[in-house]
Design a protein. Structure first.
Ligand SMILES: [Zn+2]
Length: 66
């Protein structure tokens, strides 16, 4: 059984693509902060869990500054 997978997300500050390892053993949506590897700014990552096929579907990254 696969326990993790790589998803891509785009930094909302510099536009660069980043890879992230997602823990597939977590059964539910994930919401956390990840720093961009290029500009080091924190992006809020929102990942949705598809309950039907038990796969994670990347949703979006967001700017963390209010
Ligand atoms: Zn960046």
């Amino acid at each position: 059984m696969q326990t993790d997978d790589v998803l891509n997300w785009v930094c909302q500050y510099c536009g660069e693509e980043n890879d992230i390892w997602v823990d597939l053993t977590v059964k539910g949506d994930q919401d956390f902060i990840e720093d961009c590897e290029v500009c080091c700014r924190p992006n809020r990552i929102l990942i949705k869990h598809n309950k039907e096929d038990e796969e994670y579907v990347f949703v979006e990254s967001r700017i963390t500054d209010e």
